[in-house]
Design a binder for this molecule. Sequence first.
Ligand SMILES: Nc1ncnc2c1ncn2[C@@H]1O[C@H](COP(=O)(O)OP(=O)(O)OP(=O)(O)O)[C@@H](O)[C@H]1O
Ligand SMILES: [Mg+2]
Length: 274
Amino acid sequence: MNAVSRLARVTRLPLAERAIQARPPEPPKADPVVRLRGFSRSFGSNRIIDALDLEIAPGEFVALLGRSGSGKTTLLRTLAGLDDANGQHALIPQSRAVVFQDARLLPWKPVWRNVALGLKGGDERASAEAALREVGLGHRLDAWPLTLSGGEAQRTALARALVRQPQLLLLDEPFAALDALTRMKMHGLVLALWAAHRPAVLMVTHDVDEAIALADRVLVLDGGRIIAEERIQAPRGERTAAVRPLRTRLLAHLGVEAPQGSYADAVAHVGATL
Ligand SMILES: Nc1ncnc2c1ncn2[C@@H]1O[C@H](COP(=O)(O)OP(=O)(O)OP(=O)(O)O)[C@@H](O)[C@H]1O
Ligand SMILES: [Mg+2]
């Protein structure tokens, strides 16, 4: 007797009805693309990451908050393979890409060559052009990096990451240097690119609102460990109702008492404490 007919006997509902009511089996959990277990990193006697556990599922968008100096970049550099894991076990996908706060473009190469940097085989220009079109820069292929605005430079950096079709996209405060309007547009762009390509994303940010707007899960790093984890179930674009209590909790984890009132009030209140 299979599970559905066993359930049918127990509950005395018609079989078809019960088959609909029966919960579908949980899909098997995909293996994580990132797994750190008990991961530590010290500089001299200064322990920055302390026996940290972290898993990121394929296609998951994770935001990482933490005070300045809490080790966010150190963790991100480990996941980027830019820092020696000192023989510790760290599961990190081969295909990964990083975008930093500054675009880090080579000024002596035109935009498309910056995007194609390190690509091998095939039509590099065509690949770079496709990625640049996706970020709305199809018309700036031959421009020099120094002629780009800050937002355009970051979009170029995103295209350079995208062209590698990474399984893991690492973002270290990629929008921190941009004005509010450009930043909002970049949020929309990142979400569109993420939806189209579905890499797993780890985005470091100081901005609680940015984290809530973009992520499936928000982590807070403190004292070398993940001290808080919040999953956001509400669909993007429908998060307003969830925002205030969630922001209050996340700010509390960052050591900030959230005042009543608007985001603008909160900014004035927080001042330079983050
Ligand atoms: N190569 C290094 N050598 C020595 N100390 C380092 C090195 N890299 C980072 N640190 C120290 O590790 C700590 C964490 O630095 P990290 O850059 O990871 O912080 P962060 O959370 O990214 O900070 P911020 O939000 O200001 O960017 C800091 O105290 C920093 O001085
Ligand atoms: Mg940093």
